[in-house]
Design a protein around this ligand. Sequence first.
Ligand SMILES: O=C(O)C(=O)C[C@]1(C(=O)O)C=C[C@@H](O)C=C1
Length: 356
Amino acid sequence: MTDKLQPLREQIDAIDAQILELLSRRGKVAQEVGHVKAETNAPVFRPEREAQVLRKVADNNPGPLKDQDVQTIFREIMSSCRALEKRVTVAYLGPTGTFSEQAVFQHFGSAVEGLPCVSIDEVFRATEAGTADYGVVPVENSSEGAINRTLDLLLGTTAIIGGEVSIPVHHSLMTRTGSMDGVTVVCAHSQALAQCQAWLNLHHPNIERRAVASNAEAAVLASQDPRIAAIASEMAGEQYKLGVVQAHIQDDPHNRTRFAVIGRQAAGPSGTDRTSLVLAVPNTAGAVYKLLAPLAVHGVSMTRFESRPARIGTWEYYFYVDVEGHQQDVAVRRALDELKANAAFFKILGSYPVGL
Ligand SMILES: O=C(O)C(=O)C[C@]1(C(=O)O)C=C[C@@H](O)C=C1
């Protein structure tokens, strides 16, 4: 076997040397880009450029590596090159080990500074104030729907949505010992408890369910008390040294959460973009229908429509609308101008590359 392996490994060594040489050259060019940007105080992170690079990599991928895998590699390459220009700080709903943290790495790669925050409100504050360059906040879950706190905060924030990232959300039931002996309480974030309710009803109908601030906090509690089980990601379980009682207990095996990336700079057009906005109309018959008509007129597709009761003031509902395209695209621009003219409230939350 060694006889056959040896020449193949020599080939791999020679290829690795070339990869390393190319990575080094790429890093040096990124440093030059960094100097050019520094002269004009331009932002280091360019989501539209990164999205284009990742799409091109998938389009040109000759195989045998999977598109998704080469994209992961290139995301890391860009993350490291970006860090040579500046290591960006990204706020997220902590503590470490949450799905929000996973979303941060999925979007920015691992060469970033994570800033765990105690609440979604805090993520917005850190981003607005500049304590963090960007924030990652959950927007919707495929089983449970909208994350209302995020929608409410988007209404009043000065931050702009500059990206989206969607990750699979798999929950595991975990304890210190890996067994349910002596366990009296299951702790998790309320969303996670809701996403696992059918499974819990079937397997542990009599154990108390307690909502806590995050799944990672549940993991911390379980690591300190053998009577507590946590529902959290296996990543959080590993971090807090928990044993898995049962993996993948979420009721929907395809459960996903979509996050928005917020920041202080707008993303430019990448070619495949989405625009998020919030609207309100006076409460009259057919008002919503009339309001949205310009989208159809200009051939702009709506990909999401969500309503939230207005908690203060004159209007009954705010409508959170996502449309295909960038606000700089002519058709989108025209449709939005007409929407704005007819709306009692109108705010563009941001245009950004469609997530991979
Ligand atoms: O093209 C740029 O503006 C770069 O800074 C280079 C680069 C890259 O490594 O490809 C790095 C960071 C940006 O977010 C986009 C791309």
